[in-house]
Design a protein around this ligand. Structure first.
Ligand code: SF4
Length: 123
């Protein structure tokens, strides 16, 4: 026989409430994952980052060109012949690729033959 003065340790109502809260959190997490996977511009795992567009406002701001031979030396008097992304301190990634990451443009690849006014000599 059960003692009617002692309440049950975990009522059916509490169990149901806990289950509903837990399932709601699971649905919210799954929805968040689905949204982030479908986000425009999100690169698939293993996919290469897009090339930096020379018309991108951030690229225009620093005079980025894909071919250092196209640098307007009058507009950028600091440009010195022979300087390009391949010998810039900001360039990342593996040697040999014609497009590589640059610390100045996260998520984009720059042409190793390119140049911008943020060029910094390798140490
Ligand atoms: Fe190229 Fe250097 Fe400018 Fe990056 S910071 S775009 S590597 S010149």
């Amino acid at each position: 026989m059960q003692n009617s003065t002692v309440p049950p340790r975990f009522s059916r109502r509490e169990a149901l409430r806990t289950l509903i809260v837990a399932s709601g959190m699971t649905v919210a997490l799954l929805r968040q994952r689905a949204l982030s996977a479908a986000a425009p511009g999100a690169a698939a795992p293993g996919a290469q980052a897009p090339h930096l567009d020379v018309k991108d406002p951030a690229a225009v701001a620093v005079g980025y060109v894909e071919d250092a031979a196209q640098v307007d030396a009058k507009k950028f008097p600091a440009y010195s012949k022979g300087s390009n992304c391949a010998n810039c301190l900001q360039l990342q990634g593996a040697e040999g690729a014609s497009y590589r990451p640059c610390t100045l443009f996260p998520g984009k690849l720059v042409a190793t033959a390119g140049w911008c006014s943020a060029w910094t000599a390798e140490i």
